[in-house]
Write a protein that binds this ligand. Structure first.
Ligand code: ZN
Length: 280
């Protein structure tokens, strides 16, 4: 496995980790001070700076933009809603191309927004959405990274909940689409090692995200832990991902309203760096 102590530049920072206190420029500067090699910014922060200005700032920083957060949310209750979602996703692809991002991270969309009971209809809408978006994204060179989310989000956020499902979608759609493996969403999955190996064979692993699962978790969305503070065997999963041939970044992505978002971002980045060495 690659030694993160010797290669700090293999680390990426997901902007959400420090977004409560810092704007995009501050996050870029923080990444440089703390030796991150890449950044995964969020659309609202890029738009707040202005897409062209953000592109300039990112280019000047020398940071790789390994992902753009986020696209997806394909489900909707009517045709107008579906069309609007696709339009929004096309804009995300355009922005990703402008800022030089490797991929747009897709959070598929949940059952609730589909307006139907059961998961099958939402799955159809997601497949249609990805197919349409791929036609648009392929010529731009921006890839689409399907990120399976923990099943607790199936209703309200994303009903692609296993790496197996995401891999099946990649098989179906072929070139231009891949997966993002987030330890928070996938650590519980008994098929994880096998599905990571499968994605590795297909060459479709586009991202690897780390944080930790706190016990008990008190908020379904915003109570992620710092690496090492929870129950996930992160080195084990990183070992699987790298054995599968993944040579990309290890992205720190922590949504933590009660703890890390309240702290000084300098401290968050210092601790993140340390935990990348000791807990990942
Ligand atoms: Zn993630």
């Amino acid at each position: 496995m690659r030694d993160l102590a010797k290669h700090p530049e293999l680390a990426s920072l997901n902007g959400a980790t420090v977004r409560e206190r810092w704007n995009l420029q501050q996050i870029i500067d923080g990444c440089l001070r703390h030796g991150f090699g890449a950044i995964a910014p969020w659309r609202d922060q890029v738009q707040a700076m202005g897409v062209d200005a953000a592109a300039k700032a990112l280019k000047a920083s020398g940071l790789r933009v390994n992902g753009y957060c986020r696209g997806g949310l394909f489900t909707a209750a009517d045709k107008a809603g579906l069309a609007k979602a696709l339009e929004e996703n096309r804009r995300a692809v355009d922005e990703a191309a402008t800022i030089g991002a490797d991929c747009v991270v897709l959070v598929a969309g949940g059952v609730a927004a589909s307006g139907a009971k059961g998961i099958a209809g939402a799955h159809r809408q997601i497949e249609d959405g990805i197919a349409a978006l791929l036609d648009y994204a392929r010529p731009s060179g921006v890839k689409l990274a399907i990120e399976p989310l923990h099943p607790m989000y199936a209703n309200d956020r994303a009903c692609v909940n296993t790496l197996k499902h995401a891999n099946d979608l990649c098989d179906k759609f072929g070139q231009g689409v891949g997966v993002a493996v987030d330890v928070y969403h996938t650590w519980w999955d008994l098929d994880l090692e096998r599905e990571i190996a499968r994605a590795g064979r297909a060459g479709t692993i586009l991202g690897f995200h780390v944080c930790d699962w706190l016990a008990p978790t008190t908020d379904l969305l915003l109570d992620r832990g710092m690496m090492g503070d929870g129950v996930i065997d992160i080195p084990l999963i990183r070992g699987w991902v790298e054995a599968a041939g993944y040579a990309g970044f290890v992205e720190v992505e922590i949504f933590s309203a009660k703890n890390w978002w309240k702290r000084d971002p300098e401290e968050v980045l210092t601790v993140s760096r340390e935990r990348l060495r000791t807990a990942c």
